[in-house]
Design a protein around this ligand. Sequence first.
Ligand SMILES: Cc1ncc(COP(=O)(O)O)c(C=O)c1O
Ligand SMILES: N[C@@H](CCOP(=O)(O)O)C(=O)O
Length: 469
Amino acid sequence: MRYVSSRGEAPTLGFADVLLAGLATDGGLYVPETWPTLSPETIASFAGRPYAEVALEVLTPFVGGEIAQADLERMVREAYATFRHPAVAPLVQIGDRHFVLELFHGPTLAFKDVAMQLLARLMDHVLTQRQRRATIVGATSGDTGGAAIAAFAGSERTDMFILFPKGRVSPVQQRQMTTAGRPNVHALAVEGTFDDCQALVKSMFNDAKFRAETALSGVNSINWARVMAQIVYYFTAAASVGAPRRTVSFTVPTGNFGDIFAGFAAKRMGLPVDRLIIATNKNDILERTMRSGRYEMEGVHATMSPSMDIEISSNFERLLFEASGRDAETVRRLMQQLRQSGAFTLPEPMIQAIRAEFDAGRTDEAGTAETIKTYLGTTAYLLDPHTAVGVAVADQHMGDIPMITLGTAHPAKFPASVKAACGVEPPLPPSHGDLMSREEKFDVLPNDLDAIEAFIRERSRAVRHGAAA
Ligand SMILES: Cc1ncc(COP(=O)(O)O)c(C=O)c1O
Ligand SMILES: N[C@@H](CCOP(=O)(O)O)C(=O)O
């Protein structure tokens, strides 16, 4: 399996290089050169099978033989053994044909653990084989950071720097990043929004000297391996409600478009998916794009679903590549317009191609709170605010086909918002023990590329020096 960049000007790479590269050198995102497919019999066989077994089957074609099968199998098994639920990603029925796919039973209570637990093992494996180290940078609106720090803390081959928007994550999310107490992980509170943090990360990748000098790598969903690992649960969920015999739809609480793009990938691989529904909060740029065909930034609003407070939805670029018939020149042009003017208009055939497979909906703060309260009252099911956005939008799109809404976070990550919505304050699971009383350690930095690069250079030198001493 080879991977190509959505902007068409970076070298074609194999899996291990894509894993370490993060962003392509032309600023684009890697996608598989061709989509592997799974037969209906294989998909049917996934029902009731252990999650790790299904993961191995879905992931193997993407790895393309670059990691020995026995090693891949061991890493997959170990990654999913960290989950508290034996099914890893169980389905819970909340309506006649409506299910929530609970993706929050991993170490940090959000869907990011599903990919991050595997990504850390894959990266360590490849770095060990190559006798090298990497500096990992990541931007987070709350969940990616904690999941990455939990997965990489103590890794001897990586120094990790996570940029989060100061004051815009929940206290639980912040503490998951700031209390790890490991010398190789660093939480940086940036004076800005998630989009600023993500732009800083992309600028570091586009700074060729810094990238080479620090052996830069990334763990956001710009890294193909993140999206790849997220494809698996679309198969397990659909198979357990009758696929491929039955078609299903998915509603996905969306921000950076990584999770829903994984659903698109599952469909390309042969999963019978009817609609992929983009659910947005007040930050509704994708919902507006679906209506008008114009992607236009207006500024980010802080909401009770903070992990979705995003306007530059990175993985939308992967969809643009597909919807343009893999026309990298068109993608480059649209991305340049976005950089220059904060907007672009999709050519009509592209927006039509997207509308053929995707729908979109939004809900505001009142709608999110109302959904939490209603579902607690009618089904005794407690939603986190992100999943609630998904459930509210799914309810706008219910038809005869089973609907699976992705449950992206545990309500205990957002206790204040959940309590305000329904009066119940969800407790943290025992695995989180003393999280709220541990000592926090983080640095506050300006939204300034030079300052952040200087900080990273200085800190990773100090860590390496300390390790050598
Ligand atoms: C809890 C939660 N829900 C939904 C999202 C949106 O997912 P994506 O960015 O893959 O669209 C995120 C952040 O990514 C998240 O942390
Ligand atoms: N919502 C995310 C934002 C980063 O998304 P990613 O999937 O690209 O890592 C978060 O919680 O950090």
